[in-house]
Design a protein around this ligand. Structure first.
Ligand SMILES: Nc1ncnc2c1ncn2[C@@H]1O[C@H](COP(=O)(O)OP(=O)(O)OP(=O)(O)O)[C@@H](O)[C@H]1O
Ligand code: SF4
Ligand SMILES: [Mg+2]
Length: 381
């Protein structure tokens, strides 16, 4: 059974205009109709290039960002329907691990204080002695010595700090952990240690993870299922091995073709799919298939008018889903890639007012400031 079920989740950030920003002239569609299921005790990997909506989706699942519409069900409970008091109690069940633990750990608090705070806030019984015992156990499970209890976050290395971030996420025995780029700020050698730690903890405590990364390699070995996100939607989702063996969506094919293969013979004979054009703005996403402005397989009908649903194909592995009208024909080699002339993606709908234009331009700036890397596939970073 799924521990987490997400249905048609949308997060649209309003674009305001006017002197007092009182008019809403559009929306940044950061997450725009996402369905996903995460089985208890497994890892769901979520990949996609910068700005595609991964963090917003993670935050919306935890209601750290309020979704615009859709549903999020955790262990059978519709959490978007909960009032503030009930939501506070449910919050214990899910925790987040961040890319930069310094941003989430108060630098003025010692390790002891950082780890005791959630126990006190949720009135966990045991008193000071019980809490101190729990902290010693936690430090042990994340591989930190007991002696660090009186130290402060800035005294740790990046890897140790992430271990501390993981310890804090574990304090309340959560069922679900959403790890947003948990290793992307760490050296490559340390990345493997932290990924291995997450794996060990999952086995030991039957944890369920959603691991967000822009790097396909990070999620490959830890995930049961991997989903690829593009411009606010999931374009492909499959058991990890199947996705890497047989990517079906043109966008996934392009991402995979950018990841180097360790075998030099295979590497030399591989053909790269270089994506043309920038990632369009989520303030004005392309019509139809969001990928049609960059897709080398784009066809004259349907691609720019109908948004394809995420669907399972009959002839591929069970659970392998793809959002492409022509997935069967691409798989069978009936249609082949062609050159792409990047279409100009309008920033504002025709007829929009001047202030609307400014607002949309602002939104585009905000989106660039949010770390968008035009055209850069995750594997290439
Ligand atoms: N609070 C906000 N208000 C307006 N727009 C936002 C807000 N938060 C995020 N966005 C926009 O939503 C889009 C998705 O952002 P998000 O941070 O979820 O992407 P991401 O996939 O996590 O990117 P990265 O890999 O860089 O972390 C971006 O265009 C971003 O600028
Ligand atoms: S629906 Fe069309 S544009 Fe979209 S990925 Fe498939 S072929 Fe490409
Ligand atoms: Mg992010």
């Amino acid at each position: 059974m799924s521990l987490l079920e997400v249905r048609d989740l949308k997060v649209h950030f309003p674009i305001k205009a006017g002197t007092l920003l009182q008019r809403t002239v559009g929306a940044v569609k950061a997450v725009d109709g996402v369905d996903l299921d995460v089985e208890a005790g497994t890892t769901f990997g979520l990949v996609g290039e910068s700005g595609c909506g991964k963090s917003t989706l993670g935050r919306a699942i935890m209601r750290l960002t309020e979704p615009t519409s859709g549903s999020v069900t955790l262990d059978g409970q519709d959490i978007l329907a909960l009032g503030e008091r009930k939501m506070r109690a449910v919050r214990r069940q899910f925790q987040m691990v961040f890319q930069d633990p310094m941003a989430s750990l108060d630098p003025r608090q010692s390790v002891e204080s950082l780890l005791t705070e959630p126990l006190r806030a949720h009135k966990i019984p045991g008193g000071s002695a019980g809490h101190a015992k729990r902290i010693r156990e936690l430090l042990d499970v994340v591989g930190l010595p007991e002696s660090v209890v009186h130290r402060y976050p800035h005294e740790f290395s990046g890897g140790q700090r992430q271990r501390l971030g993981i310890a804090r996420a574990l304090v309340l025995n959560p069922a679900l952990i959403i790890a947003d780029e948990p290793v992307s700020a760490l050296d490559v050698s340390i990345q493997a240690q932290v990924i291995n730690l997450l794996k060990e903890l999952q086995e030991r405590f039957s944890l369920t993870y959603v691991v967000i990364a822009h790097d396909l390699a990070v999620v490959r070995h830890i995930s049961k299922t991997v989903a690829v996100m593009y411009l606010g939607g999931i374009v492909e989702q499959a058991p990890a091995a199947d996705l890497y063996k047989q990517p079906l969506h043109p966008y996934t094919k392009a991402l995979m073709s950018a990841v180097p293969v360790p075998d030099p013979n295979v590497e030399e004979s591989r053909s790269r799919i270089l994506l043309q054009g920038d990632l369009p703005s989520p303030a004005n996403p392309p019509s139809g298939c969001r990928f049609h402005t960059r897709c080398p397989w784009k066809q004259a009908t349907k691609c720019d008018t109908d948004r394809p649903a995420l669907r399972e194909l009959p002839l591929v592995a069970p659970g392998h889903k793809v959002a492409c009208h022509y997935a069967e024909d691409i798989l069978a080699g009936k249609i082949t890639p062609h050159d792409v002339r990047p279409e100009d993606v309008e920033l504002v709908p025709a007829g929009e007012t001047t202030s609307g234009t400014e607002a949309a331009a602002d939104a585009t700036e905000a989106h660039v400031a949010g770390g968008l890397t035009p055209g850069g596939p995750p594997g290439a970073h």
